[in-house]
Design a protein around this ligand. Structure first.
Ligand SMILES: *Cc1c(COP(=O)(O)O)cnc(C)c1O
Length: 361
């Protein structure tokens, strides 16, 4: 077997131990005579996994009692609809920070549902920077202020959070969920697609404060309504059982490896390795992102020419480092280094980058 270092933005690398455990448990789950994806989701075996998965999120983030954890199909993209449908009923408006490609998508869907006020627009900087959090002010009538904690394509990441008093923050944390500590009580709602730090694709983890849950629109069809998922403990319909099972395996390992303290340290270590090479090879590499908000999970960089970028990606691939091509909308290169990326992967890439620069400078 030869596993390569996979720097893809998502789906992305998962811990090898999790894949091996899932393999070993796949055909017959713990003496049940069948696999986890074949048994009833209403049975005791699955029910235990379901609740353990949600409890692990609670434990890792040290969630206060007035927050609920929901596991919903549809990925983060469905949350672009569900958030405004649930929170903006009755003519309410929200504030938005327009920070890049994911904010653009969330914004487009939100505008179809309710009123949106832009409190930051990064268009002029080509989305290479974020506002100073202290300068972000919420509108007095905003139901919430939406932000993307880490722009997966542009590589900008909030380091500190706006302090906007009683207006709750709503955050898409898809690409840095559980990679660092966050002050949960500043957030009214957090959502994250599963396929970056949590498991396979097709699901979102949603964390919602009880008072916001209580005030959600009463007029939505069942699947679109947070309260109907909360009432049924995310068992309104058949949940994405395989993703939830994999999430349990991933989060158990994260907890046993030291939880968010360890995740945060490793994210810093991996990203420092890459940013240090970018800064230390003269002007060969260039990170377009403002140094105050460079992402620790998606490191974006350019080489002197597009031809060299192509060659870089191809040679890295040949040496067992895949997925380094930047998103098609922005070009360049991108190394996605989520929780499951071994430090050795970042070290190997850093060595390759140094050698490539020396060879082509
Ligand atoms: C990947 C990603 C999404 C989309 O997630 P899906 O599960 O594909 O819907 C949304 N927001 C951010 C920040 C992402 O990185």
């Amino acid at each position: 077997m030869s596993r390569i270092f996979n720097f893809s933005a998502g789906p992305c690398t998962l811990p090898l131990g999790v894949l091996e455990q899932a393999r070993d448990e796949m055909v017959e789950y713990h003496g049940q005579g069948m696999s986890i994806i074949e048994m009833s989701h209403r049975g005791k075996t699955y029910d235990t996994i379901h609740h353990e998965s949600m409890d692990l999120v609670r434990e890792l983030l040290n969630l206060p009692d007035n927050y609920r954890v929901l596991l919903l199909g549809g990925g983060a993209t469905l949350q672009f609809s569900m958030v405004p449908m649930n929170l903006l009923h009755g003519g309410k408006s929200c504030d938005f920070t327009f920070t890049g490609a994911w904010a653009k998508k969330a914004l487009a869907d939100t505008k179809k549902v309710g009123k949106v006020n832009l409190v930051f627009d990064g268009t002029d900087s080509s989305f290479t920077t974020l506002p100073d959090p202290a300068s972000v002010k919420a509108s007095s009538d905003a139901a919430y202020l939406h932000l993307i904690s880490n722009e997966t394509i542009g590589g900008v990441q909030w380091q500190e959070w706006p302090d906007i008093g009683s207006v709750p923050l709503v955050a898409d944390m898809s690409s840095d969920f559980l990679s660092r500590h966050i002050p949960v009580d500043r957030f009214g709602l957090i959502y994250a697609g599963a396929q970056k730090n949590v498991g396979p694709a097709g699901m979102a983890v949603v964390i919602i404060r009880q008072d916001i849950l209580d005030a959600c629109s009463p007029d939505l069809t069942s699947y679109l309504s947070y309260p109907s998922h909360a009432k049924t403990d995310s068992m309104l319909n058949t949940p994405p059982v395989f993703t939830i099972y994999m999430m349990k395996l991933v989060l158990e390992r994260l907890r046993d490896a030291g939880g968010l303290d360890a995740a945060e340290q490793l994210a810093t270590k991996r990203s420092d390795l890459l940013y240090n090479v970018i800064e230390s090879q003269g002007s060969f590499y260039r990170c377009p992102v403002d140094s105050a908000c460079r992402s620790k999970t998606n490191v974006v960089f350019r080489l002197p020419t597009e031809d060299l970028e192509k060659q870089f990606v191809a040679e890295a691939d040949a040496q067992g480092m895949s997925g380094l091509k930047g998103h098609r909308s922005v070009g360049g290169c991108r190394a996605s280094i989520y929780n499951a990326m071994p430090v050795e992967g970042a070290e190997t890439l850093a060595r390759f980058m140094t050698a490539f620069a020396k060879q082509h400078s």
